[in-house]
Design a protein around this ligand. Structure first.
Ligand code: NAD
Length: 374
């Protein structure tokens, strides 16, 4: 198959759909990979590196789209990219269509088949193409907290691991899923005093076994959340209720009773945030203060470490890219988890939950789902 990799054009996006190592794997299997000149600049992989991996370099995004059958990206296509997509294309990327009807219509009008990383599933009921970015965000959350805790940046002036004779920072992680687990691992590794709070008892049991006593686990109740948050130097917000806005576990009222200069890192900000006082921030200006408490609420945390993020994403996407490259959309027949990624095909929304969120159910009627059911 001819696989195209355009340069990402969303502002501040430094990742790339296929890293050079993935290009090499695909070329070795007999596929052709067409890369836009400069597409790897954000990860310091220049055209020469891609050419050495076997890619054909073309000067423009127009050429990539015109010459490829499948387009592999990172971020949802922007308006100028919808226009380049044609009915014969397969698009494989993050789409996040639910809150974005304009993009949904753009993709429907293109006639292309659009497969969203975020709705591809796995046998354990997880979302394998979201997990790598949660791993990155979880680990990064502790680096962000450690920086924000420093006095010159307005923080409490506490060193994560303390030193012999001085207490370490108290880190409370709300939500012990992928983000929370990786945050706890980093915090414990730095020597912090770590507590994970989750509402799932089976999950708390797993975490207890995983950390072998190095991390405390607590069941999520109003009481435990409040008690732990008030005593914390750092709170990591990592809760997720699938398909819903994040619950506001830390209220504005609680801030007044927290330790001065404590740090809240709201990783759940992309779902509205789990602290009442959160609002999205950017890497350029990541923190703000409310009632003496430092908030870090960057909505695209993995974007800060594109070398790691692009490789982590490729590790997860490449097996699916192979399947699509080998069999095209017929790959769905043998892989229902990949089929769950299909959001748009031949002018229709094909994913029931996405269609429901968009309110397209009524627009397209039952026919919207005919293709998904086939
Ligand atoms: N800001 C970023 O750059 C970024 C990057 C990756 C992920 N995220 C976001 O981080 C959040 C967490 O993602 P994840 O992959 O870890 O999800 P996950 O589903 O693996 O984990 C969520 C956990 O929250 C727990 N939970 C739900 N309600 C709770 C409550 N009231 N109290 C305590 N625990 C509760 C669940 O039991 C689950 O264990 C999501 O909103 C995700 O979109 C943000």
């Amino acid at each position: 198959m001819r696989i195209g990799v355009p340069a990402e054009i969303k502002s501040n996006e430094f990742r790339v759909g296929l890293v050079p190592g993935s290009v090499r794997e695909l070329v070795a299997k007999g596929h052709e990979v067409i890369v836009q000149s400069g597409a790897g600049a954000g990860i310091f992989a220049d055209d020469g590196v891609y050419a050495k991996a076997g890619a054909r370099i073309v000067p423009t995004a127009d050429a990539v789209f015109a010459e490829s059958e499948m387009i592999v990206k990172v971020k949802e296509p922007q308006q100028v990219e919808w226009d380049k997509l044609k009915a014969h294309h397969i698009l494989f990327t993050y789409l996040h269509l639910a809150p974005d009807p304009a993009q949904a219509i753009g993709l429907m009008q293109s006639g292309a088949a659009a497969i969203a990383y975020e709705t591809v599933t796995d046998a354990a009921g997880g979302l394998p193409l979201l997990a790598p970015m949660s791993e990155v965000a979880g680990r990064l959350s502790i680096e962000a907290a450690a920086m924000a805790l420093r006095r010159p940046t307005g923080g409490r002036g506490v060193l994560m691991g303390g030193v012999p004779g001085v207490k370490p920072a108290k880190v409370v992680v709300l939500g012990g899923g992928v983000v929370g687990t990786h945050a706890a691992r980093m915090a414990a590794g730095l020597g912090a005093d770590v507590t994970i709070i989750d509402k799932s008892l089976p999950r708390l049991r797993q975490l207890d076994e995983l950390f072998e006593g190095r991390v405390r686990t607590l069941a999520s109740t109003l009481e435990t959340v409040e008690t732990e948050v008030l005593a914390a130097d750092v709170v990591i917000g990592a809760v997720l209720v699938a398909g819903a806005s994040a619950p506001k576990l830390v209220t504005r009222k609680m801030l007044k009773d927290m330790k001065r200069g404590a740090v809240l890192v709201d990783v759940s900000i992309d779902q509205g945030g789990c602290f009442e006082t959160s609002k999205p921030t950017t890497h350029a200006n990541p923190t703000f203060e409310v009632d003496g408490i430092i908030h870090y609420c960057v909505a695209n945390m993995p974007g800060a470490v594109p070398m790691t993020s692009a490789q982590a994403l490729n590790n997860a996407t490449l097996p699916f890219v192979f399947k699509l490259a080998e069999r095209g959309l017929a790959a769905f027949d043998r892989d229902p988890h990949l089929a769950a990624g299909l959001n748009v095909r031949a002018g229709k929304i094909t994913h029931a939950a996405v269609a429901g969120s968009l309110g397209f159910d009524s627009l397209d009627g039952t026919q919207s789902f005919r293709i998904a059911a086939e």
